[in-house]
Design a protein around this ligand. Structure first.
Ligand code: SAM
Ligand code: DTB
Ligand code: SF4
Length: 350
């Protein structure tokens, strides 16, 4: 979409914008289900970058305790627990500027990814800058999505980060796309940006080719010790507007109502779902800060009559060899490994 189109949308009366966004949502996501994703910080703090919002930057004196890369088994415990609680996507974040192939650390990450992928969950990682070879290795290990946010407009970005550029971020996204991994790319509200900055971000993201598979919309969690620690909370109605514009600009993407839900009322979250948000981070912790209790979220979804999504089986590693023939079950029916796959294209299948 163009900036002018986005600006026109954003300037509509609130309910008119909501009505349009909801119509797009119904058309592209007719079952209205919500995706549940669980986050885990696999390497915490001590990052070389200076992102002004981030508690994990080594440049600021924050209250965070650093942690080296977690062991495989510890990650697996979290992943299994996430799956048991109903999450279908496991997202692992590392406080790195980027990763380099051939290093021990990267090989460790590949091992972790292989283990989590075997759980038949969607596997997302966010490790910073990535080259083409690393992207391919992650894909081969079973990564289904790579999160790399642009955070804000290209114009405002240098006010927030100086240790890498917007172009660096775009290059990584291109490498991820070229490797055939789904892109998860969004931003943060509350970085002292203007409405125009928010719309520029959506303009850039909506012009990706292909459009991202998911768009996380974070609200700043002000972290003590960071330059943005005292930033005020974004007007929740502005968050709803941003979600609505994202839904219209990137209609086929999951729009994730991401960081900041602990400061939102149930009513505002309900408006966000109506405006087109169809994914949340689920579980008590984001990377380093709090998220609503899982039970509270279950209660909210139940109150709204919202169902949750199955994992996207076209993305996850198949449990059964997809080339193996369908086999009969004891009751004589044919069990087919593609049964749940909406994307199955095999002739005569499903
Ligand atoms: N280091 C990698 C990177 O920057 O891409 C991955 C981890 S980084 C913590 C992932 C994303 O979390 C950031 O791009 C940012 O959008 C979001 N984030 C970090 N701190 C945040 C905060 N205090 N409030 C809201 N979102 C935040
Ligand atoms: C995204 O857009 N938000 C998540 C995930 N991608 C990696 C991270 C939110 C971090 C919030 C602050 C924290 O927990 O440190
Ligand atoms: Fe490092 Fe990522 Fe935090 Fe920036 S957002 S300081 S790159 S962990």
């Amino acid at each position: 979409m163009t900036f002018a189109e986005l600006h026109e949308l954003h300037s509509l009366p609130f309910f008119e914008l909501l009505k349009r966004a909801h119509a797009v949502h119904e058309k592209f996501w007719p079952d209205g289900k919500i995706q549940l994703c669980t986050l885990l910080s696999i390497k915490t703090g001590g990052c070389s970058e200076d992102c002004a919002y981030c508690a994990q930057s080594a440049r600021y004196k924050t209250e965070l305790e650093n942690h080296v890369l977690l062991e495989r088994e510890e990650v697996m415990e979290h992943a299994r627990a996430a799956k048991e609680s109903g999450s279908t996507r496991f997202c692992m974040g590392a406080a790195w500027k980027g990763v380099r192939g051939g290093t021990e650390k990267f090989n460790q990450v590949l091992d972790i990814v292989r283990d989590v992928a075997a759980l038949n969950m969607e596997v997302c990682v966010t490790l910073g800058e990535l080259g083409p070879a690393e992207a391919e290795q992650l894909r081969d290990a079973g990564v289904t999505a790579y999160n790399h946010n642009l955070d804000t407009s290209p114009e405002h970005y240098p006010n927030i980060v100086t240790t890498h550029t917007y172009e660096d971020r775009l290059r990584t996204i291109r490498n991820v796309q070229d490797a055939g991994i789904s892109v998860c790319c969004g931003g943060i509200l509350g970085l002292s940006e203007t409405i125009a900055d928010r719309l520029r971000l959506l303009e850039v993201i909506s012009n990706f080719n292909p459009q991202p598979e998911s768009v996380p919309i974070n609200s700043l969690m002000p972290m003590p010790g960071t330059p943005l620690a005292e930033n005020p909370q974004v007007d929740p109605f502005d968050l709803v507007r941003m979600i609505a514009c994202a839904r219209i600009a990137v209609p086929g993407a999951k729009v994730r109502l991401s960081a900041g839900r602990t400061r939102l009322s149930d009513e505002i979250q309900a408006l966000c779902f109506y405006a087109g948000a169809n994914s949340i981070f689920y579980g008590e912790k984001l990377l380093t800060t709090e998220n609503p209790e899982a039970e509270k979220d279950r209660a909210l979804l139940a109150k709204l009559g919202l169902q949750t999504m199955e994992p996207n089986v076209s993305l996850v590693a198949p449990e059964i060899d997809p080339l193996s023939p369908a086999y009969p079950t004891q009751d004589g029916h044919h069990h087919h490994p593609h049964k749940e796959a909406s994307s199955c294209t095999s002739a005569g299948c499903c």
